[in-house]
Design a protein around this ligand. Structure first.
Ligand code: ATP
Length: 317
């Protein structure tokens, strides 16, 4: 990308910030606060502050379907604090990704259990993805429903998503190849399928001309029964986005590229220390839940019917 284009895009991002879209504590921020900062979450944030993970909590970066993301600074520099809402209305959509993931078969099926395990899963997936030399936020810490990770941006401004970046066909080809290579590394090195890859979950570091993969909570291991289906859906999303830039590669060819092992690949062992730790944490969380006040009613969302319905939804898409 030419320097002129980089400057132009930087200016656009700066303008957005100047208009307060990123930092303004407006009514949407207050609404986000209301939904997400329950007492246990606040206590957890204080404990993160005591440990230096957070020195100053800044504005809301995003209010998504399941989580809110906030900007913060801490001992590790700029960080993103992703807080999954315990009372999230769409948490049932998490079922098909987590309940059949062999790493998480032991979790009980209450709302809280699933959200805590989901947060652990995103942390663990980020570790694996970073190990596989894919540009993604470095995970810093996580507990219960809160994940702290490296902030992907500069001076409080997050990198734009692939969807927001203006590019010509030549730039698009560079990002397309990078993204396919990232899917390949995820598959071959990390044994993972992202399972929600699209122009919204890829950020672009314009200066370095690098794609950054985010939102990996739903990523599944290759032994997940729907891994292939999710992989094909990811590929189709990427193909659809890049079609307008004249890039048209067959799904079969892309799949071949993704499954191809290269000499420089180091396979990440699935029983690495981090994973053992994560499993242990998940078990600890499970135990601590038993002793906790039952402030949120457990719901048996793991019923066969629930899973079947969610799967049908995916198939119909
Ligand atoms: N590490 C990060 N650094 C900078 N920005 C981030 C980071 N993680 C997330 N974001 C920002 O927050 C947005 C939402 O993040 P993410 O997709 O992980 O959450 P989500 O709740 O799953 O969102 P959605 O429901 O929209 O899919 C991203 O589009 C991005 O703008």
């Amino acid at each position: 990308m030419s320097q002129k284009k980089i400057d132009k895009q930087m200016k656009q991002i700066e303008d957005k910030r100047a208009k307060g879209r990123i930092f303004k504590k407006d009514s949407s921020f207050l609404k986000a606060e209301e939904n997400v900062f329950d007492v246990p979450t606040l206590k957890l944030l204080y404990s993160f502050a005591n440990k230096g993970f957070i020195n100053e909590l800044g504005g809301s970066i995003s209010t998504g379907k399941e989580a809110n993301v906030f900007y913060a600074t801490g001992n590790e520099g700029e960080v993103a604090v992703k807080i999954y809402r315990i009372n999230s209305s769409t948490f049932k959509a998490m079922d098909p990704y987590i309940l059949k993931d062999p790493r998480f078969t032991h979790i009980r099926h209450s709302r809280k259990d699933i959200i805590f395990a989901w947060t652990q899963k995103e942390f663990q997936n980020l570790l694996r993805i970073n190990k596989a030399e894919i540009r993604a936020p470095k995970p810093i810490t996580c507990d219960r429903n809160v994940l702290i990770m490296q902030f992907m941006g500069e001076n409080g401004v997050a990198y734009p998503s692939l969807k927001e970046v203006k590019m010509d066909d030549e730039d698009a080809r560079v990002f397309y190849d990078q993204i396919i290579e990232n899917i390949r590394r995820m598959y071959v090195r990390a044994s993972l399928v992202h399972a929600d890859l699209s122009e919204y979950n890829i950020l672009i570091d314009i200066e370095k001309e690098e794609a950054v993969i985010i939102d990996v909570g739903q990523a599944v291991t290759l032994n997940h029964p729907n891994a292939r289906e999710f992989l094909i859906r990811d590929i189709e999303n990427i193909k659809r986005f890049f079609k307008k830039y004249g890039i048209e590669e067959g799904t079969k060819e892309i799949l071949e590229r993704i499954k191809q092992k290269k000499e420089e690949d180091t396979i990440i062992e699935p029983d690495s220390e981090e994973e053992i730790k994560t499993d242990k944490n998940a078990a600890e969380i499970e135990n601590s839940i038993e002793n906790e006040n039952n402030d949120i009613k457990n719901e048996d969302i793991g019923s066969e019917n629930g899973i079947a319905a969610a799967e049908n939804e995916i198939k119909e898409e």
